[in-house]
Design a protein around this ligand. Structure first.
Ligand SMILES: NC(=O)c1ccc[n+]([C@@H]2O[C@H](COP(=O)([O-])OP(=O)(O)OC[C@H]3O[C@@H](n4cnc5c(N)ncnc54)[C@H](OP(=O)(O)O)[C@@H]3O)[C@@H](O)[C@H]2O)c1
Length: 352
């Protein structure tokens, strides 16, 4: 890629020079093609019909950024909200169309900015950036700040790495920073078979906690038991509080909540006085804390230290990043529709 994308847009030939320089024109046309990529790009915010494959310019890496040749993109629970323009409204930012979705993804480094020291061309990396003005990961190429990307832990494949960053970093921040989980603390993970939940179950075990997993369905319960939960129960059954009492007769120390509703609030009455509840912004309805229990909303955060910590915990032993379904890029609408159906773990979009 020798031309800047912005230069491409502005490039024009004076009529008189056109024939004389036709060879050059052909080169420029070829270069123009080489500077474009396939992406699922929106021309406006709206429903699933706005998710269309388009040819758009490849973004360029700035000095502290890397260009990733994307192999797989994570499909986030929040992607339909972003597709409908929700984030732009909340953040008060001005969107640029065509707008490429996709907070999370993985692939191979295609180019690095001048200030990037920790990653190099050819590295297998994963990363995340929310509402990235240079476009997201539903595309053949994506640019992220180098500090928001990392080498892929050796045990993960591209699809697993692609779905990991936002939910992994959110789970970790909730457990370590917000709940300040200590060795031998008891913790409820509500929504344990979902994206954040299944990662949180394993991270909480790594942190030395006792895990009470509230999962979705019989398959969800079996799934989280397999991930190491000490006790697991179906969140829609009537036995949650009985099982919770057996698990922690004096009440559970803390809860990380990833799904809201009546059954959530009922389950949270199992948290002991003086205990604490955390939930990532986006969980609706907002969880209600029982008396004398603190409740904190938070956002997952990237950055070098957080990603390194996540990688370190993942590499410390067997760790499953569960990809339930993989869709081709062309089926982004079906992939987003699948978010609404019962599933375990995450959904990926195969790009390359
Ligand atoms: N603020 C941030 O930084 C941030 C970052 C990441 C995510 N989020 C938000 O956090 C929320 C969770 O994200 P996620 O990726 O974990 O979503 P997810 O994969 O949809 O996980 C939610 C899980 O909760 C389960 N569930 C729902 N009701 C339940 C019940 N009564 N009992 C047991 N399980 C129940 C769902 O199961 P079924 O669907 O199978 O029923 C699903 O597995 C979303 O709102 C997302 O937007 C926020």
């Amino acid at each position: 890629m020798t031309l800047l994308n912005s230069q491409l847009h502005n490039f024009s030939y004076p009529e008189s020079r056109f024939n004389l320089r036709s060879k050059n024109v052909m080169t420029q046309t070829k270069e123009a093609k080489e500077n474009t990529m396939r992406a699922v790009a929106l021309d406006r915010f709206g429903g699933p019909e706005t998710l269309k494959i388009q040819t758009v310019p490849i973004p360029e890496a700035g000095a502290d950024e890397i260009l990733i040749h994307v192999e797989s993109a994570g499909v986030g629970a929040w992607d339909p909200f972003e597709r409908e323009g929700g984030f732009v409204e909340v953040l008060g930012s001005t969107p640029k169309f065509p707008y490429v979705l996709g907070t999370d993804g993985a692939g191979t480094v295609a180019a690095v900015g001048g200030k990037v020291k920790e990653l190099k061309e050819g590295d297998r990396v994963y990363g995340a950036e929310l509402g990235n003005p240079k476009g997201g990961f539903y595309a053949e190429y994506a640019v992220v700040k180098a500090e928001n990307a990392s080498l892929i832990p050796s045990t993960l494949n591209m699809d697993q790495a692609a779905v990991l960053p936002s939910d992994g970093l959110t789970a970790l921040k909730g457990l370590e920073e917000v709940l300040r989980l200590q060795q031998d603390d008891s913790v409820m993970i509500f929504g344990a078979s979902g994206g954040i939940g299944h990662l949180a179950v394993q991270l909480a075990k790594r942190l030395g906690a006792r895990v009470f997993a509230v999962a979705s369905g019989e398959d969800g319960v079996n799934f989280v038991k397999g991930l190491g939960a000490d006790t697991a129960v179906d969140g829609r059954s009537n036995e949650v509080l009985d099982v919770a009492r057996e698990f922690a007769p004096k009440g559970i120390d803390a809860a990380l909540v990833t799904a809201g509703g009546e059954s959530t609030d009922r389950a949270l009455s199992a948290i002991r006085p003086g205990g604490r509840i955390a939930y990532p912004n986006g969980v609706m309805p907002v969880p209600k804390a029982p008396a004398r229990v603190s409740v904190d909303a938070f956002d997952g955060e990237g950055g070098r230290d957080a990603i390194d910590r996540l990688n370190q915990l993942i590499e410390a032993g067997p760790f499953e990043v569960h990809v339930d379904r993989v869709f081709p890029l062309e089926q982004a609408a079906a992939a987003q529709a699948a978010l609404e159906e019962h599933h375990l773990g995450k959904i990926a979009l195969r790009v390359g």
